[in-house]
Design a protein. Structure first.
Length: 268
């Protein structure tokens, strides 16, 4: 917490002395700011690989407009005033690269080694935050795929606000280009149900419920597809809303995705 020293000279009609000068009101010493409330945390998952992209290393360390994909994802949260701590979860083999990216682009990000699955890596990130969550210092967590470098702070802030208000939130885009497959998968059974949304990250949840859900999932051996699937299963009383996603918030999976991201990334 920063100590604030105020040094002001105030001139008022009734402060004028008989010689015609203005008296000076000087206030020195620390001024206690209002006690800050709980802050949010971000957990950025970087445990993927470059197999489908055809790269020899993890795709999040590939360059995008002059800096690694990972650096874009970390910068989204490191620059948000609502987010007090950013945790990067990496593979053991990628630790030297991760440390280098953090040192060069986002000093202060906390790096931990994850597990063999996304579920295990999310749990590793949340356990790293557990003491702060239990102490009430962190009230909400955003979980994000490092391979989505263009999520942006506006989207992250929208998800965070919705999660704090309702319990949980995911960003998504309406999909009207899907069809339902037949039972054996060899044909179509008709149009897809209305109201389908393509879910993105970051996904946000109240911190205590999220940590408890992941601990229960670990006890049950559950492996989910994303954060929301774990909460749906192990914290069914937590409502999960959705906020409009961003078409630029693509996930780098194949080589052409990196080219699209190059075109969509902001200049500067």
């Amino acid at each position: 917490m920063l100590a604030v020293v105020v040094d002001v000279a105030v001139t008022r009609d009734d402060d004028t002395d008989r010689s015609g000068g203005a008296s000076s009101i000087r206030q020195t010493g620390p001024v206690e700011p209002p006690s800050p409330g709980p802050a949010a945390a971000a957990v950025v998952l970087a445990g993927g690989s470059g197999t489908r992209l055809g790269a020899e290393r993890n795709k999040v360390y590939l360059p995008l407009r002059g800096r690694p994909v990972l650096a874009w994802s970390l910068a989204t949260f490191a620059g948000m005033p609502e987010v007090a701590v950013v945790v990067l979860v990496v593979r053991e083999a990628d630790r030297p690269l991760a440390d280098q990216v953090v040192a060069e682009h986002t000093p202060g990000v906390e790096v931990v080694v994850g597990g063999s699955t996304r579920q295990a890596s999310e749990l590793a990130g949340l356990r790293h935050l557990a003491a702060r969550i239990e102490a009430g210092a962190i009230d909400a967590v955003l979980v994000h795929d490092a391979a989505r470098p263009l999520a942006g702070r506006e989207l992250a802030a929208s998800v965070l606000a919705a999660a704090r208000a309702g319990g949980g939130a995911v960003p998504g885009l309406w999909r009207d280009d899907l069809a339902a497959a037949g039972p054996d998968g060899s044909g179509l059974a008709g149009p897809s149900p209305d109201g389908l949304v393509a879910v993105q990250t970051p996904q946000g949840f109240r911190a205590a419920a999220l940590l408890a859900a992941h601990e229960e999932a670990a006890r049950c051996g559950f492996v989910g597809t994303d954060t929301a699937s774990c909460v749906e299963r192990f914290a069914p009383n937590v409502p999960i809303g959705w906020v409009p996603g961003d078409e630029r918030n693509i996930k780098i999976t194949y080589a052409h995705d990196l080219h699209v991201a190059e075109l969509a990334a902001p200049i500067g």
